[in-house]
Ligand binder design. Sequence first.
Ligand SMILES: [Zn+2]
Length: 450
Amino acid sequence: MDPDRRLIEDGAVLMENGFISQVGRAADVKPSRRAEFEIDARGRVTLPGLVDTHVHLAQALIRGCADDTSLIDWLRKFVWPLQGNFDAQDGKVSAELCMLEMIQSGTTTFLESLLHSRYGFDGIAEAVDRSGMRGILSKTVMGLPGYGSEKSIVHPGMIEDGETCLREVETYFKRWNGKGGGRIGVWYGARSLGGCTQDLYMKIAEGATHLGTGVTMHLSEVQEDVRYTKKEFGKMPAEFMDQVGLVGPNVVFAHGVWLTEKEWALMARKGASVAHCPSSNTKLSSGIAKVPEMMNAGVNVGLGCDGGPSNNCYDMIREMKTASLLQKARTMDPLTMNAETVLEMATIHGAKALGLQDQIGSIEPGKKADVIIVNMQKPHLTPTFNPVSHIAYAATGSDVETTIIDGRIVMENRHVKTLDEQKIIRKATEHAADLLNRAEIKITPKWKTE
Ligand SMILES: [Zn+2]
């Protein structure tokens, strides 16, 4: 994924002190001293770690808890009451479960978009630190219990006060930003339209400038966003965000399904990125983002898995395939969104969205050693003529064998070294059952269970 997009056969990567120091043909890569360890990656593909630009850590615990339902029921009957009953222990185990899945499917960096206070920010940040992952945690900022034009709709357990939110972001920024050897970041997670006053959005923009940090927000995920800003402010959603100072290179908008040509031009000019979440958009019937057109207009677009009730998995390799096939079907053009494009979105374009393009997203000397190894010695990956095609169309996350982040082997032969897999699965199962009880929600199969 370097600027020349080289594929190196019989290649080797040398990593030293957390950085990539050499990459090339194996015969040409020469460590100055004997390597501490060596990984034989013959029959495998070595790639930059994948970057998930839109994740909800706290939704892994409610995976499969809101299927095949309308968006409004999805939120009101399931997701909000469940998240509104979270405590800090639920938040931590959900984050651990989510990171376990991400590491096992080759994601090395993620952008978490909305951490409400009740999920326990510190516990989650500690879990990220321990996991070895690179993660940006966005603390929710909201001031209104609304969603679009619906004024009072958010579950009482999720409601937070604007001024408190702003103070908390500053506190967590000072406590966690740059920690874990620079792996952890803290951003503003602005709640969707209807969740903040115009004044609060402006304060978020000012705060982000003051701290020199980023902002992420769901935008134009649903048509209601367009109706809302047109009615309230006489503007399209991205134009409204620009008016409050929230369109810039430090901003990632999730979804962008209903953005228009005029808004793409604005975002391209100002350098804001979009996190495209094709599985979530299709499962929730939000619509299909015009990603190839958006990219042609100059907008940087990364990929996102979104959450456990909307996807329902955190597997970026599967997401690449969905992203590609969806556009081919929509445009009836098989040349669009090719394998190379979706791999760029999952790596270097994602890195750019997070402002980390000089540090991650490609295997190049000087970049952080975030590298994954995919085992190609599998029936569904044989024969291999074009590895990029296989990664985009034939592989799944479970083909990732080794995950290295910051030069540390976080997963080897599919065993995650930093998180206790069996313990987390057991704890997550218990916490999820307990959470459903507290929220008085029952999830049962539609078919009779004997
Ligand atoms: Zn989301």
